[in-house]
Design a binder for this molecule. Structure first.
Ligand code: SAH
Length: 343
C-alpha cells in the first residue's frame, strides 16, 4: 500500500486519519506541529510521541519536503525560487521584500490553462494542478531559506497566490493549503495576510470567501468586454458584468477591500476614456486598484505605456476616490516579475 503524505493533510483530515489508525485524536495536533517545523526531518525526532506510535507512523506515512533547484536574487531584492517537483516538473515562487515586509508569491498550478494573451505563463499551457503539499512546500522552502540567512531574521509576512496558475481552478487543493497555512499549530497565517488572485472564475469566487477569510484580487485589466475578450479568453465564459457581480457578492470581512489588478498595456487599455469607464463599472464595489505597467518580454508583442499615460489614467481613478497603487515591477532582471514565470 502506498504511504500517505502527511504534508498533504489539513489538521481535520489528519485527525480523521489518526483516528482510523486507532490513535487518540490529540496525536494529530502533535504530529501536525512536528511536521510543520523547519527543522523536522525524521519521525524518530518526535520525542513527545511514544516509540511504537512513531514506528507506526513511519510504516504508514511519509512527509514530503521540497528543496529549491535554483535560487536567484534580483538587484532590487526580489528572490526567485525554482522548485523541481517529484515528477520533474518545475514551478517558481518569488519572495518580494518591501518596506520591511516580506511578501511571498506562490504558484498554484504547473503552467496555466487560461491563455491570457499578455502573460508568459499562459504560453506554457497547463501541465497539472499542484497538491496542497506542493503549495505549502513553497512556503516551507522560503521560510527555511530566510531562516538560513539569519535565524532571528525576517519572516514571510504576506502570501499572494499570484505565481503560476489559476488558483480557483485548483480549488480543493487551494482551500486545503490555505487551511494548513492558517492552522494555529503551524504557520498561523491570518486570512488578512493571504491574497488569492483570479482571472475571474466566477462560480468559485463567492465559495472561496465562504470557505476561507482571505483577501480577493481580481485580474480585471479592462473596463469593457470587447477589450477584455481580446486579452483574456475567460471573459467569453464569464463576462465583466458577471465578474463584477461576483465581486459585489464576495463575503468581504469588515474594513477590507477587494484588490482590482489592472495591467496597463500601451494602446490597448490605457486611455483616459477607459479609466472613466472603469470608475463607472466599479461603482459600489469596495476596492482599491493596483496598476501594473506591463512587463515587456520578447515573446509577447505588447508594450508598456509611457509614464504620462499611466499617470493620467491613475489621476482619473484617484479623483473618483479610489486608492490607487502603482506597482513597480520587481525582479524583472531575473524574470521573476508578474507574467514572467515560465519555468
Ligand atoms: N491566474 C491568477 C493568478 C496569477 S496573478 C490571476 O490571473 O489573477 C499574476 C498577475 O500578473 C495577473 O494579474 C496577471 O494578469 C499579471 N500579469 C501577467 N502577465 C503580466 C505582464 N507581462 N506584466 C504585468 N502583469 C502581468
Amino acid at each position: 500500500m502506498e504511504k500517505i503524505d502527511l504534508k498533504n493533510l489539513s489538521l481535520p483530515e489528519l485527525t480523521t486519519w489518526v483516528i482510523a489508525l486507532g490513535l487518540k485524536p490529540f496525536r494529530a495536533e502533535q504530529i501536525f506541529s512536528w511536521i510543520q517545523r523547519p527543522d523536522f526531518t525524521d519521525f524518530a525526532s518526535m520525542t513527545n510521541i511514544a516509540k511504537h506510535v512513531r514506528s507506526l507512523l513511519a510504516e504508514k506515512a511519509v512527509f514530503s519536503r521540497m528543496v529549491p533547484a535554483k535560487v536567484e536574487c534580483s538587484e532590487d531584492g526580489a528572490v526567485k525560487f525554482a522548485l523541481r517537483l517529484e515528477d520533474g516538473k518545475m514551478i517558481e515562487s518569488v519572495l518580494i521584500p518591501e518596506d520591511g515586509r516580506n511578501t511571498l508569491c506562490v504558484s498554484s498550478q504547473v503552467g496555466c490553462a487560461m491563455d491570457c494573451k499578455f502573460c508568459l505563463t499562459g504560453t506554457m499551457g497547463l501541465a497539472r494542478n499542484l497538491t496542497a503539499a506542493e503549495i505549502v512546500g513553497q512556503v516551507d522552502v522560503v521560510r527555511n531559506w530566510l531562516f538560513d540567512q539569519a535565524a532571528e531574521g525576517p519572516r514571510i509576512n504576506n502570501l499572494v497566490f499570484m505565481g503560476m496558475g489559476e488558483p480557483l481552478l485548483n480549488f480543493t487543493n487551494l482551500i486545503r493549503a490555505v487551511e494548513i497555512l492558517m492552522e494555529q499549530r503551524g504557520y498561523d497565517f491570518s486570512g488578512r495576510r493571504i491574497t488569492v488572485s483570479t482571472c475571474g472564475i466566477v462560480p468559485k469566487i463567492k465559495e472561496l470567501g465562504e470557505k476561507v477569510p482571505v483577501n480577493l484580487a481580481i485580474s480585471l485589466h479592462a473596463p469593457d468586454d470587447e477589450t477584455r475578450n481580446k486579452l483574456m479568453p475567460i471573459n467569453r465564459t464569464y463576462p465583466l458584468a458577471e465578474l463584477l457581480r461576483a465581486c459585489r457578492e464576495y463575503p468581504l470581512p469588515p474594513r477590507r477591500r477587494i484588490m482590482i489588478e489592472y495591467v496597463m498595456i500601451k494602446d490597448v487599455n490605457d486611455s483616459v476614456l477607459q479609466a472613466h469607464l472603469l470608475v463607472r463599472r466599479l461603482h459600489g464595489i469596495r476596492c482599491k486598484i493596483n496598476i501594473l505597467p506591463y512587463n515587456e518580454n520578447s515573446r509577447v508583442n505588447f508594450r508598456r505605456p509611457d509614464d504620462q499615460t499611466i499617470e493620467a489614467f491613475r489621476q482619473v481613478l484617484r479623483r473618483a476616490g479610489y486608492t490607487t497603487l502603482l506597482r513597480s515591477s520587481r525582479g524583472t532582471d531575473i524574470s521573476a516579475a508578474c507574467g514572467q514565470l515560465a519555468a
